[in-house]
Write a protein that binds this ligand. Sequence first.
Ligand SMILES: [Zn+2]
Length: 365
Amino acid sequence: MNTLLLKYIAKWYKVLFIFLFIQGNISAQTIKDSIKINRFCDNVIVLNVEPVQQNNTIAIATNKGIVVIDNNISQSYALLIRNAIIKEFNRDDFAYVINTHCDWDHVGGNQVFKDIPIVAHKNCLDTLKKYKEEGKEKLQADSAWAASSISYYKDILKEMPENSRNYHKYKNAIQRFEIFINDLNSNFEFVPPTIAFTDYLFLDMDNINIFLYYMGNAHRNSDIIIYIPEANLLIIGDLQFDMNISHLRSTGAGFDQKLDIKRWIEILSIILNSNNDIKYIIPGHYNIHNKEWLVRQFDYLKTIWNDIQQAKQNNIPFNEFLEKMCDWNKFSFDESWKLDFEFKLEISELQKRHVELIKLIWEQN
Ligand SMILES: [Zn+2]
């Protein structure tokens, strides 16, 4: 781990806990958690409401108003977030909300920001429009899904000692889903984006430029990444987070849709260009990383991609190719890959994912 990151983590732990007065239609007993706010610089903060899943909401105060990126799973959480941003920046001139993709845990709070333009990829708009049409049916299905997750976690907890590492994680997950179900059944509104783009969008915020790029099929079919040069930030949604080699595992699209790896490589090559001074990579969940973390993952993906193209050109059979790609000297997945506080994946697991990823890309191309 390099010193820059260590310094950063040390700073990060000096977090500010704010206990907010619960307002509006949220009952005080529903969310017991505090909001954790990490301040990067005068005008950028990252907010987390709950320990589980640690959704990262980013707020940027610009000359043209506050920009909020992602807003957690449902309205109770989003209201806490909105109030915390107002308190932290001491202003309430929201300009835009951006959805990095169309999963509940990123768009579920849109209704709390429905007075503000909401920006997302067109596929996110289409998905949310569809949910809105499905209406009650969709809400019932998602409530049922959350309820089954709760009983699954409760079963696990029965067998788990209270002092074990994951005990509180599951307890918090149960609480989170209970609030989610409660929210879905309490005047929940589907609020689709009001500004949708297809390839690329630029938001001129006067002192801050915000570049949004569509990544094609990745985690979902609506993933975008957001580059903010003046804040040295790259926000990557759920394209990649702590679970290393998660290109495949965090990918919902991958199993039935062709991953747009060529597009990822093209866009990331431009953004990760050495002239761009990116200091922080903020994923949709968990820890914030430095540029080297993403470059390492990116180089790995490029290697696999290029090797597969070459092998196919040379008519090399898959088994022969795979054997070559399982040279663990070349793909050592050493300690540098284990920057993974939450999951601490074993090397054997990384190797397994490596093989799965190669198989998938081979089959798709
Ligand atoms: Zn997510």
